[in-house]
Design a binder for this molecule. Structure first.
Ligand code: ADP
Ligand code: ADP
Length: 233
């Protein structure tokens, strides 16, 4: 499904080279929920940007859905792969001048799906996330938890095989966080997709994931079952 071999990525800032990721190798199985944990600056976001194909590694290789992701990957092929994935961000990234239902339907609009079809599917997904009554509201009127439900519905609308979640509950209070985690569990049960969750909240990873990767200063410190997570800190 997803495999990294000796992946490295560095950045140059003011003549200093930062090795954001160094020699990272692991595999994600189909249908798995994998966590990525580590302190701030450990390389979690960089790893997620590589996995979600928003950036390319400097070294090593990534296999995604039976394709090799490298600098030879054509734009068209990359787009095809990206279209089989979706990303949910901490900050929701909703469009504030569009209604809730139009936000959910947007990925289908960008793919040229006709309006009736995309709105019908968006409506179904809004019910799935428990927001059928908010279809015509605007994002500014939503609570943080509701906004995250909308972004989860939007992520699902293109039937992705893999969902990447970047700190999906960090902006939420603990009760809302629990509701969103339960929704994500329902997503996984209903859609059987592969999930990769980045979080600095160890409880979130423990609740959601089968296995987790611990990053420390750009290196893979540990990988294993989450019930061994007490050893992770
Ligand atoms: P985390 O998500 O675990 O906090 P990041 O992946 O954001 O870690 O960052 C890992 C390291 O790479 C940090 O030292 C960070 O400053 C550096 N880094 C990340 N992105 C960039 C960038 N675009 N330019 C320069 N340095 C970066
Ligand atoms: P992703 O597809 O990586 O999950 P987002 O969740 O940010 O991207 O957005 C969902 C869809 O909305 C994407 O297809 C993206 O291209 C599109 N999109 C995001 N921001 C804008 C914008 N400001 N204007 C038009 N389309 C946007």
């Amino acid at each position: 499904m997803l495999e990294l071999q000796s992946v490295g990525k560095s950045f140059t800032a003011k003549e200093n080279v930062v090795q954001a990721l160094d020699d990272i190798s692991f595999r994600v199985a189909e249908g798995e929920v994998l966590g990525i944990v580590g302190k701030s600056g450990a390389g979690k976001s960089t790893l997620l940007r590589l996995l979600s194909l928003h950036e390319r590694p400097d070294s090593g290789s990534i296999q995604m859905l039976d394709e090799s992701v490298d600098n030879n990957l054509s734009q068209a092929k990359a787009r095809e792969l990206i279209q089989q994935t979706a990303v949910v961000f901490q900050g929701f990234s909703l469009l504030y001048n569009c209604s809730v239902i139009d936000n959910v339907a947007l990925p289908l609009k960008l793919r040229g799906v006709d309006r009736d079809t995309r709105l019908e599917k968006a409506k179904q997904l809004l019910s799935f996330v428990g927001l059928q009554d908010k279809a015509d509201s605007y994002p500014i009127t939503l609570s943080g938890g509701e906004a995250q439900r909308v972004s989860i519905a939007r992520a699902l609308i293109s039937d992705p095989k893999i969902i990447f979640l970047d700190e999906p509950t960090s902006a939420l209070d603990s009760k809302t966080m629990q509701e969103i985690l339960d929704l994500l569990k329902k997503v996984h049960r209903s859609y059987r997709l592969t999930m990769v969750i980045v979080s600095h909240q160890i409880d979130v990873i423990r609740y959601m994931c089968d296995r987790a990767v611990l990053l420390e200063q750009g290196r893979l410190k540990k990988i294993g079952a989450v019930n061994a997570l007490s050893h992770f800190q």
